[in-house]
Design a binder for this molecule. Structure first.
Ligand code: TMP
Length: 216
């Protein structure tokens, strides 16, 4: 196994942007490059966090925006301590499907909660661990929502999960949130256009990844 520094890659994007497909491709690529890789997701990755995921994504609950934020952060705190930190300490490369940027985009821009509160909670729940590199898969919400609902990956029905059922305007704000964050941190967050096919999107990711791996 090759000697390495910490490699923590996160994959972000709107609904139906292809995050899961590309997270899997990232895992395979890194494994072929000699890394021992952990692929995980948020909310989720541990039994408790997966149970919180169910609560967060089941439609028709009466969660308030603040309760929603705190549940995402609780899932994160558990996930970081139980799964991500031990894997990084073991020298594994970690690929995580969504992380702290999602909270700023969805609960900050989407729900309108305070960005400074979210940053504090993100910092505490993630033990201030920052991704080495983040891919933001950009998709027009109109297209992405249609795709996500038709796939119905977690069986929430044709209208999608609780978040997918939010308005187009909500998802548009989420997109603006991600783009604003990418503008603030261009070295870490790479905007990946997803308007072509999977192979072309992967090509864009691969190029950025190769640049990053040269530093290892
Ligand atoms: P996904 O795994 O299909 O992307 O579903 C997770 C959903 O949870 C997605 O709609 C984005 C949302 N989410 C938040 O609203 N805040 C968060 O902090 C995270 C990690 C996800």
């Amino acid at each position: 196994m090759r000697k390495q520094k910490t490699l923590f890659i996160t994959v972000e994007g709107g609904e139906g942007s292809g995050k899961t497909t590309h997270s899997n491709l990232l895992k395979d690529y890194l494994a072929k490059s000699g890394f021992s890789v952990l692929l995980t997701r948020e909310p989720g990755g541990t039994a408790l966090a997966e149970a919180l995921r169910k609560i967060l994504l089941t439609p028709n609950s009466n969660l308030t925006p603040l309760s929603e934020l705190l549940l995402y952060e609780a899932a994160r705190a558990q996930h970081i301590q139980e799964i991500i930190l031990p894997a990084l300490k073991d020298g594994k490369a970690v690929v995580c499907d969504r992380f702290t940027d999602a909270t700023l985009a969805y609960q900050g821009y989407g729900r309108g909660l305070s960005a400074s509160l979210i940053s504090k909670l993100n910092g505490a729940a993630s033990y201030a661990i920052k991704p080495t590199l983040t891919f933001y898969l950009d998709i027009d919400p109109k297209l992405g929502l249609k795709k996500a609902k038709s796939l119905d990956k977690e069986s929430y029905g044709k209208d999608g999960d609780r978040i997918e059922r939010e308005s187009r305007a909500f998802h548009q704000r989420v997109r603006e949130g991600y783009l604003a964050q990418a503008k603030k941190e261009p070295k870490r967050i790479k905007i990946i256009k997803t308007d072509k096919n999977i192979a072309k999107t992967w090509n864009l990711i691969e190029k950025e990844l190769e640049k990053c791996l040269k530093k290892f």
